[in-house]
Design a protein. Structure first.
Length: 77
């Protein structure tokens, strides 16, 4: 597994694997796309999602129904 990087290349496949405890929902913004993770991709507080980079990537956690909190940002080069 590759270490955490800040910069990603377009069309590169990456595996996002991180701990996000007690979130009601986790989303990933990949360029213009917003992906809501299902129960297989976020369970027991762990995110596991493979994506193809389309733009800047943001991991977003939701701990209440009104507010989204950006947890992590990766920039596309």
């Amino acid at each position: 597994m590759a270490p955490l990087r800040r910069f990603l290349r377009q069309n590169e496949y990456i595996l996002i694997r991180m701990i996000v405890p007690n979130a009601l929902m986790v989303k990933i913004r990949n360029g213009d796309d917003l992906i809501e993770l299902d129960v297989n991709e976020y369970k027991k507080g762990v995110v596991k999602k493979k994506i193809r980079v389309r733009g800047d990537v943001c991991v977003i956690g939701c701990w209440d129904k009104k507010t989204d909190s950006t947890i992590c940002v990766f920039n596309m080069v």
